[in-house]
Design a protein around this ligand. Structure first.
Ligand SMILES: NC(=O)C1=CN([C@@H]2O[C@H](COP(=O)(O)OP(=O)(O)OC[C@H]3O[C@@H](n4cnc5c(N)ncnc54)[C@H](OP(=O)(O)O)[C@@H]3O)[C@@H](O)[C@H]2O)C=CC1
Ligand SMILES: Cc1cn([C@H]2C[C@H](O)[C@@H](COP(=O)(O)OP(=O)(O)O[C@H]3O[C@@H](C)C(=O)[C@@H](O)[C@H]3O)O2)c(=O)[nH]c1=O
Ligand SMILES: [Mg+2]
Length: 292
């Protein structure tokens, strides 16, 4: 099966490239921004129609949550219309599309986990643009699979776990928000699940939640990172829990977007490892790089 992955440098794209070694029947090709620019009308369609893949995985997105507040048009072009154009082009060549979305489509006001039937109500531009993308993908191609994930980290690109590891090299204490809760997800775990879905051609026409098992606040996540820094010989900082009000940001972030991932476990038998296990594996890799 020939898979075209939109995005090459991002966390999920690099994770797909690594985990693809375990799926010899899948041939993956990756597009850079110069091949496909989702913010430029017609760009995705030209590339996809020429490449004629069996499946498109959209791993490209505008993910700068705070910056999106100042560039709403670009965020909507990329995450909304661009995603829809990719889905339409896939349909034109008879291909399915896997599209990745976010827990930030929810307002986080519910303390119980969000399942796929829960009503989205994004609080920020990024979340609204990603919701627009889900709607555009569903409308453009019936052979879609939308996967909402959350709090993605990995050894690649930019993410909260790497930020904490790096910050602890310079500072003894880090203040981290403790009143926002979610499901930390290792991009490598997510990538393996996406490739299994691709290989088995299962679950299309549906939306699923898939994130690391369990839940955490950002300060819980930071504390776990620090415990693993200590264990692996990296400098560790003390984590001081603060409220979101004490850490002002341009974008409002939802308070509790714990995802109920029961649907994908029941229907496709997919469950990601506990978030603590995957944080440990990631910090080990980062330590090996840093201490090498
Ligand atoms: N990161 C997270 O915490 C979460 C991410 N998601 C979703 O998961 C998916 C993958 O995220 P992740 O891998 O973490 O994201 P990254 O930010 O690591 O990677 C996104 C990639 O998209 C590229 N990109 C940005 N704008 C465009 C454009 N106009 N045209 C083409 N490519 C573009 C970026 O390129 P460049 O490097 O040049 O900017 C980057 O390579 C996204 O859909 C995201 O919304 C969902 C929940 C949580
Ligand atoms: C760096 C830092 C952040 N924070 C806070 C700010 C914020 O409330 C929280 C997380 O900050 P970040 O900017 O890393 O996270 P953010 O960019 O909001 O992460 C989101 O990204 C998008 C793409 C998604 O789809 C979401 O699922 C989610 O992962 O931690 C601290 O409290 N202390 C710190 O030192
Ligand atoms: Mg961010």
């Amino acid at each position: 099966m020939r898979i075209l992955v939109l995005g090459r440098e991002g966390q999920l794209a690099q994770s797909l490239a690594e985990r693809a070694a375990e799926f010899p029947d899948l041939q993956l090709a990756f597009t850079s921004r110069s091949d496909v620019d989702l913010s430029s009308s017609g760009s995705a369609a030209r590339f996809i129609v020429a490449a004629k893949p069996d499946l498109v995985i959209n791993a490209a997105a505008y993910t700068a949550v705070d910056r999106a507040e100042e560039e709403p048009a670009l965020a909507f072009r990329t995450n909304g219309e661009g995603a829809g154009e990719a889905a339409a082009a896939a349909r034109q060549v008879g291909a399915a599309i896997i599209h990745v979305s976010t827990d930030y489509v929810f307002d986080g006001a519910s303390s119980s986990p969000y399942d796929e039937e829960a009503e989205p109500n994004p609080l920020n531009v990024y979340g609204r643009s990603k919701l627009a993308g889900e709607e555009a993908v569903r409308a453009a191609n019936p052979h879609h699979l939308i996967l909402r994930t959350a709090w993605v980290y990995s050894p690649f690109g930019r993410n909260f776990v790497k930020t904490m590891v790096r910050a602890a090299q310079d500072r003894d204490e880090l203040s981290v928000v403790s009143d926002q809760h979610g499901c930390p997800t290792n991009a490598l775990d997510l990538a393996a699940a996406l490739l299994r879905i691709s290989r088995d051609c299962e679950g299309f026409g549906e939306t699923y939640h898939l994130a690391g098992s369990g839940s955490a606040s950002w300060s819980d996540l930071a504390s776990e990172v620090m415990a693993n820094c200590k264990r692996t010989g990296l400098p560790a900082a003390k984590i001081r829990p603060i409220t979101a009000a004490e850490w002002p940001t341009k974008a409002v972030r939802p308070a509790s977007t714990i995802l109920d991932c029961g649907k994908i476990e029941r229907t496709l038998d997919i469950r990601l490892p506990d978030w603590r296990e995957s944080v440990a594996a990631t910090v080990e890799r980062l330590a090996a790089q840093i201490l090498a």
